[in-house]
Design a protein around this ligand. Sequence first.
Ligand SMILES: Cc1cc2nc3c(=O)[nH]c(=O)nc-3n(C[C@H](O)[C@H](O)[C@H](O)COP(=O)(O)OP(=O)(O)OC[C@H]3O[C@@H](n4cnc5c(N)ncnc54)[C@H](O)[C@@H]3O)c2cc1C
Length: 376
Amino acid sequence: MVTSRQDTKVTVIGAGPAGLGCAALLKQMGIKDADMVILDASTVGSSFKAWPKEMKLITPSFPSNGYHQTDLNAITPDTSPGFSVGKEHLSGDEYAGYLNSVASHYEIKVLENTQVIQVEPQPYDHFLLTTNTGKRIYSQYVIWAGGEYSSPRMSAFEGSHLCVHNSEITSWKECEEDHYVVIGGYESGVDAAYNLASLGKKVTLIDNGGEQESTYDPSKVLSPYTAERLSAMANSHLVELEQNFSVKQVLSSADGFRLVSTNGKAVVSKGIPINCTGFDTHLGPVHELFKYENGLPLVNNFDESICQNNLFLAGPKLAHDTVLLCFIYKFRGRFALPCKVIGTELDLDMSILSHYKQAGMLLDDLGCCVTQECFC
Ligand SMILES: Cc1cc2nc3c(=O)[nH]c(=O)nc-3n(C[C@H](O)[C@H](O)[C@H](O)COP(=O)(O)OP(=O)(O)OC[C@H]3O[C@@H](n4cnc5c(N)ncnc54)[C@H](O)[C@@H]3O)c2cc1C
């Protein structure tokens, strides 16, 4: 392996919506190409390309940007997946296509197939990054935007190795049995149940909760898109909902698999149980450079690690107290915060930030997220 070293100012790890969104903003602030490196372990938008073929974004796209209502899935104020793809609910492949067009529009060069395997803090709050290709990067700032797709939750209960995680499904058409148990009654679980039932399969959908929380926040309750699909399934007689069933253990049995709950109930699955319990928090090579509370990384008001200067977090693992920023339309509002710190220190042109503010893409006061209510 040939090793080489590059010195730069900013390194963005990950070319999904979070990494590209930050890179696009820094480009609009006038950062020079030599001062920013964007790396991806795979390709631009690769997490989206890995989605099951039938899966679609639950958040709708609509090209309403001109009226200060930026398309919910856009990562810059002047682009719209709804416009570029012409669909309201994009598939993973289609959204990856949108991300590629953003990269080419803002002339963002991504170093693909380059995985960062180590990030070592250096004197004066700099970093030395090592990649799997032998390339090393010495950088003043690091933005971690590696997403969560590489950390499927595989140890939520005993026997979870006997299940398949929904992120491992290429297409629901691969499921050949006539009955499946789906574990997890949130977005991806309902999506799995819906797609299996659409193929004529019987599904037992296991949910560890009872009634939904009384909030409108789609980070905590089903989105309207999913709720609509769930109620359509209620009349199909193919999907049975098993509530208050918290899986304790999955066992192989003569007729398939046996799932036992913490309160002693049991269900049998003919097909391999489908684990839709989500993703763990693992921040790859920067994991140890953050502190955690309730499993979430602790960041300051600029989304910088509270224990490592110049290391910023972008993407769905961002949380501030009770505010979870796990959707694109939420975490995109925070791109401006790390970029503001970096832009100020590197003396970049910050005038673009007023456009971001007007477009609803500068969420510097999270008070609105806590107190906002939908009365009806
Ligand atoms: C099934 C499913 C449905 C969803 N639906 C919606 C929805 O409708 N609306 C919505 O807003 N959100 C949705 N989300 C959430 C959304 O997909 C994520 O929030 C989003 O992908 C996060 O963006 P990201 O850029 O942080 O991560 P990703 O899109 O995962 O991008 C991270 C990139 O980092 C790269 N990477 C990781 N580690 C390294 C490393 N060490 N070195 C170099 N590169 C690395 C990866 O290859 C990847 O390309 C959904 C998620 C899932 C799983």
